[in-house]
Design a binder for this molecule. Structure first.
Ligand code: PEP
Length: 259
């Protein structure tokens, strides 16, 4: 069985003090949860990473960045490398979030470079894919997701695939309050798993964890997580408060035991 993974993307919210406060609250509210049952990840802004890593030192909640650059060091003003993320306590990084694609020119090719660099540095990449509303309405969802997955995973070895997490995030569901129904989401997750099976074979496909993202809230988590191919959630808005993020983790735990 795949271990569920719930990640909170804090986007460009929270000062250092607010980030530390939130993670302290999560440590308290998740203290009855067994680390062996679920992976919980938080992704604060760059400026809060180090302070949050100190609070999480020795704790099972893992730390993620929201982006990464593809070189390890150099004259790249404003960028942060995978080894620098490792150095300040990250074990994960989100790559290719639709907001990066929409506002900062991220492409499948840059996502692929970042993904390979993250793997080289020993980070677990959470790679985001998903169609826009227009693409869904044109009936292009599977075509778009197929292209994104193939390009983003180019030249990634089967061994490295053990560390990759894919987040299916339909762009029309992010921050809009519109969630894909559990069946709609699972249909795309199953498609991604089948594609990974065709690219890498059964073992990699069976182990691959695919998160759903897009207006995940406490009320819809269990229904989504009960779907056979949904292994977790990438949560934006609802991860900014300890009570809602905790309720999402609990919802994921409640859905465990699915066939
Ligand atoms: C996200 O930022 O990845 C996301 C899914 O946001 P929200 O949960 O707010 O829709």
């Amino acid at each position: 069985m795949r271990k569920p993974i719930i990640a909170g993307n804090w986007k460009m919210y929270k000062t250092v003090a607010e980030s530390v406060d939130l993670v302290n609250r999560l440590k308290e509210s998740l203290k009855e949860v067994f680390a062996s049952k679920i992976d919980v990840v938080v992704a604060p802004v760059y400026t809060s990473l180090y302070a949050v890593s100190k609070v999480l030192s020795g704790h099972w909640i893992a730390l993620s960045a929201q982006d990464v650059f593809w070189e390890m060091e150099g004259a790249y003003t404003g960028e942060v490398s995978p080894i620098m993320l490792k150095d300040c306590g990250c074990s994960y990084t989100i790559i290719g979030h639709s907001e990066r694609r929409q506002y900062f020119g991220e492409t499948d090719e840059t996502v692929n470079r970042k993904l390979r660099a993250a793997l080289q540095a020993g980070l677990y990449p959470i790679v985001c894919v998903g169609e826009t509303l227009n693409e869904r309405e044109q009936g292009e969802t599977f075509q778009v997701v197929d292209r994104q997955v193939r390009r983003c995973l180019a030249e990634v070895s089967p061994a490295d695939m053990q560390k990759v997490i894919i987040a299916y995030e339909p762009v029309w569901a992010i921050g809009t309050g519109k969630t894909a129904t559990p069946e709609q989401a699972n249909e795309v997750h199953a498609f991604i798993r089948d594609l990974v099976f065709r690219l890498y074979g059964t073992q990699v496909a069976d182990q691959l964890r695919i998160q759903y993202g897009g207006s995940v809230k406490p009320e819809n988590t269990k229904g989504l997580m009960e779907q056979p191919d949904i292994d977790g959630a990438l949560v934006g808005g609802a991860s900014l408060k300890a009570d809602s993020f905790t309720a999402i983790v609990m919802g994921a735990l409640a859905a465990m035991g699915k066939g």
